[in-house]
Design a protein around this ligand. Structure first.
Ligand SMILES: NC(=O)c1ccc[n+]([C@@H]2O[C@H](COP(=O)([O-])OP(=O)(O)OC[C@H]3O[C@@H](n4cnc5c(N)ncnc54)[C@H](OP(=O)(O)O)[C@@H]3O)[C@@H](O)[C@H]2O)c1
Length: 223
């Protein structure tokens, strides 16, 4: 029997690429998404559930899949407050992991961020660090945490930090060599591809991947 997937954040940059990848991958026979906003994509393998994510418990059976992918996230600017930020980057992922564990999903894969640490002096990294600790505590066969530095890709919204990193990585690629390799921006498309590959490989344990590892895979493929 083929694998089944649930993607949260499928309308986002990483989540959008992941959705495309997984729909085209014949290892997956069904793909589900839960989203607060309308998703235009139609595909014979795709089931879409539109709801406020604080209501995820109402559709808990949707979490009964092989792999749950969480690509949710917001920015302080969009969230408007620390509390609203934590709702998206901590509370929803934890609720998703809880429901996935209770519904016996095999694997949980989540996008975190470089520098995630419960002890960080930066709020963003602290929230990601706490999310990671909590997610790791659930009894999945596999927990996979992906920590990109800056993400590259075309998004509708302009984000100065991402644009600057993109220009630097194209014009001055030598900046991200040696010890600074892990700071190199990574294509959102590459993160998505890496996530899908790890899910299909299906190893048991807790795994954390940094940007340089995701970038390395891309370079191997190009050589
Ligand atoms: N951007 C970077 O450079 C960077 C760097 C390191 C790590 N990360 C992390 O990587 C992950 C993916 O980033 P991304 O850039 O692909 O994200 P993105 O494009 O901003 O997409 C975020 C997703 O989360 C959903 N979402 C946001 N707020 C929500 C809410 N209140 N209720 C329900 N859904 C909500 C969005 O849905 P809607 O379409 O409905 O808004 C969208 O599907 C995030 O966790 C982010 O923190 C990003």
């Amino acid at each position: 029997m083929g694998r089944t997937a649930l993607i949260l954040g499928a309308t986002g940059l990483v989540g959008g690429y992941l959705l495309d990848d997984i729909l085209e991958n014949n290892k997956y026979e069904r793909v589900r998404i839960i989203s607060r906003s309308e998703v235009l994509k139609k595909h014979p393998k795709l089931d879409t559930y539109i709801l406020d994510l604080s209501q995820m418990e109402d559709v808990r059976e949707v979490f009964n899949v092989s792999d749950v992918f969480c690509c949710l996230g917001t920015t302080m600017k969009n969230a408007g407050s620390k509390e609203a930020f934590k709702k998206v980057d901590l509370d929803f992922p934890i609720l998703a992991a809880k429901l996935a564990a209770e519904e016996e999903a095999e694997q949980f894969l989540i996008v975190s961020a470089m520098g995630a640490s419960r002890n960080s002096s930066f709020f963003y990294n602290r929230v990601k660090g706490e999310m990671e600790e909590r997610v790791k505590s659930f009894p999945f066969n596999g927990v996979y945490i992906f920590r990109p530095s800056l993400l590259l890709g075309n998004r509708k919204e302009f984000r100065l930090g991402e644009k600057t990193a993109e220009v630097l990585s194209i014009r001055l690629p030598f900046l991200f060599r040696g010890n600074l390799k892990k700071y190199a921006p990574v294509k959102a498309e590459q993160v998505a591809k890496f996530m899908a590959e790890k899910a299909i490989k299906g190893e048991k344990g807790i795994f954390i991947y940094e940007s340089d590892e995701m970038n390395r895979l891309q370079k191997q493929e190009q050589s």
